[in-house]
Write a protein that binds this ligand. Structure first.
Ligand SMILES: C[S@@+](CC[C@H](N)C(=O)[O-])C[C@H]1O[C@@H](n2cnc3c(N)ncnc32)[C@H](O)[C@@H]1O
Length: 258
């Protein structure tokens, strides 16, 4: 039977828990496992946990993990699954700076951050600015999911990285994303962008986008070309959906029974 499911089948020695839905493609899963295995972080932070798919990898390879989610559902669903994970509920860009300071005050090192929360242009900018304005004393790897999504990519690209020190590498297409994945007709999702911070590095940043040509080709044939122009209608869409009791994608995150 034909399937355009970009995450299955997935064969790996990493034993996934089938109860923990993992919203990533095959290539992203392999990459996340390998990166974390290589880094063995002291402390990792995950922004955007949902049902814990990616969290299970962070938990296995890091000494401790802090999960941040705007919804209470991940904590309720996952609190008994991991003994090295703490859960913080709130808007990531409002609480992450305090969380990093708290971790460092205990002489622990934040060595890995996965950003997979608010994918809007404004959201990713706020997340990245909150993280990059912190002066890390140790090397840090940041992975941002959905760098192939036009809004998310535009946010990552628009930051003035020259303001921050220690940036060794920025790659928008560390892992390339997908076109029309699963049921998202002509949408562009997935992909990993990666930022490497090395505290001994002189700032000599250059935003690299090794698959920008592919991104631009895909964008021309995508639904985003229309959607992005109509984004000012989002509040109205919200009103119509709630008046008609229709479910939006984000409702899934606020109530796992949806
Ligand atoms: C795409 S899901 C995360 C998927 C998960 N990382 C995985 O790979 O299976 C996005 C999550 O981000 C959370 N989220 C959205 N906006 C957020 C924000 N501003 N701060 C923190 N979490 C947010 C949602 O509640 C949702 O659980």
């Amino acid at each position: 039977m034909k399937s355009n499911n970009i995450s299955l089948p997935f064969y790996s020695n990493f034993l996934t828990d089938s109860e923990l839905e993992w919203q990533m493609s095959r290539s992203e899963k392999y990459c996340l496992i390998e990166v974390l295995k290589t880094l063995s972080p002291d402390v990792s932070i995950e922004i955007g946990t949902y049902r814990g798919g990616s969290l299970q990898v962070l938990s296995k390879y890091s000494k401790n993990v802090c999960s941040i989610d705007i919804s209470e559902e991940p904590q309720k669903f996952l609190k008994n699954k991991f003994d090295n994970v703490s859960f913080s509920i709130g808007n990531s860009y409002e609480i992450i700076s305090k969380i990093i300071l708290e971790i460092e005050s205990k002489n622990r090192k934040v060595e890995f951050i996965l950003i997979d929360g608010d994918h809007s242009k404004k959201g990713i900018i706020k997340d990245l600015e909150s993280i990059l304005s912190h002066k890390f004393k140790n090397p840090l790897t940041i992975i941002m999911h959905d760098s192939f999504n036009p809004q998310c990519r535009a946010g990552i690209k628009s930051i003035d990285y020259s303001k921050y020190t220690g940036i060794e590498h920025i790659e928008l297409d560390y892992i390339t994303g997908s076109f029309s994945p699963n049921k998202d007709y002509r949408e562009m999702w997935g992909g990993f962008a990666m930022i490497k911070i090395n505290t001994n590095q002189k700032t000599n940043y250059k935003v690299n986008a090794s698959q920008d040509m592919l991104f631009k080709r895909a964008y021309v044939g995508s639904i985003h070309i229309i959607k992005d122009k109509l984004s000012f209608l989002k509040p109205i869409k919200k009103l119509i959906y709630s008046a008609l009791s229709l479910k939006q994608k984000s409702d899934l995150y606020n109530n796992f029974n949806n």
